[in-house]
Write a protein that binds this ligand. Sequence first.
Ligand SMILES: *[C@@H]1O[C@H](CO)[C@@H](O)[C@H](O)[C@H]1NC(C)=O
Ligand SMILES: *[C@@H]1O[C@H](CO)[C@@H](O)[C@H](O)[C@H]1NC(C)=O
Length: 440
Amino acid sequence: MGSRGCALLLLGAALPLLGSAAVSPEQSLAWGPGLEAGLALPVRYFYIQAVSATGRNFSRSPPGRTQFKVVIKALSPKETTRIYTPHPLDRNDGTFLMRYRMYGSVRKGLKIEILYGDKHVAQSPYILKGPVYHEYCDCPEEDPEIWQNVFSCPSQEPQITKDFISFPTIDLQRMFKEIPSKFSQTRGAIVHYTILNNRIYRRSLGKYTDFKMFSDEMLLSLARKVHLPNVEFYLNVGDWPVEYRKANDTPGPIPIISWCGSVDSRDIVLPTYDITHSTLETLRGVTNDLLSIQGNTGPFWDNKTEQALFRGRDSREERLHLVKLSKENPELLDAGITGYFFFREKEKELGKVPLMGFFDFFKVENDEEAQKIAKEGQSVARELLQPHRLYCYYYKVLQKYAERQASKPEIRDGMELVPQPDDRDSVCSCHRKKPLREDL
Ligand SMILES: *[C@@H]1O[C@H](CO)[C@@H](O)[C@H](O)[C@H]1NC(C)=O
Ligand SMILES: *[C@@H]1O[C@H](CO)[C@@H](O)[C@H](O)[C@H]1NC(C)=O
């Protein structure tokens, strides 16, 4: 008798617990740019937050096998298009990242069903009213204000404001004279771009300009989405800033756009090429793009290794110093060079190590503080490094730059057109280019 009463009691106590531990499809949340028709991106994406029946957000993966599932189809059965729809990515914090890549555009729209088991999640099904364009459809919005609204671009980017402080006006003539001799011969990694009527032209100055394939690709992608201002600029595709003169020096600094910056240089920074490239190539074989690594958070905090870690090539001498420090203080720091190119003579002394993941590392003495920094870093990265924010950033830099040009951009000798793709993968009918035909 007594034992049965006890069992009942336990069951009674366990029930509410079970209820609160189960995912509620209706209470769960879904949001993000991939649920909006107008946000044409290489890979569209949105988030799902698992919520319990009692309205509590999950802060870890719900127990058991994940049952969120997403089905995406053209709204009209008459339209067919290939859409790559992998499983939602578990970010191990109760949220999931859903990505999909469209290989063609649809005129009527898309239907997105988000399911948990066989139940609809949040407001599923989501209807994205067409046209919905894919990445390679050349269909720029003429009005940049409209485009920036659709992309929810922030009205200010503090870094951009700061970068342009030294350049109230931009003297293209001076740059045209100075840059080829001053920068391209010593550094050899400058690409000269002119954008006119949303077409992109460029010439390379120097030997090390292969990385222009990444800037070409980003500029072309941006120009397919929004009409770019007429602008002429120099892009430093090397991985070190080049302009160190101060605003009050004579002559003053010139505004070179770079993929890198520092507090003591004047280069105008853009998100670096590998972020840019991985954004464009997400879900196309790039393994460490910024969205997919969100599912890779490593072991739980308590199990992380209390040591700093560095792996990388020998592309800067400071890195070699780091390896020496690590040999002197192996308990604090594990630093190793993964490949030699610039300082080959040092390989014997410092040795070479294989590449490795860093998710197991970096949890130092001030545990609570370090965990807070890691969490905040993660949330800043998740916010700022989203693909649509990258496009906003590139656009803003070009816009600010264009506003300050003192003379008209021109197509210079030796520049060639960088064409938009014109193949099977880019076929689409852009409603902005022809009047939209009413349905017959
Ligand atoms: C639950 O999660 C969503 C999305 O992550 C967030 O916006 C909301 O503020 C959270 N609610 C609570 C009560 O923490
Ligand atoms: C930490 O690692 C141990 C041993 O591998 C494992 O049993 C434990 O579950 C881990 N802790 C967490 C919080 O993941």
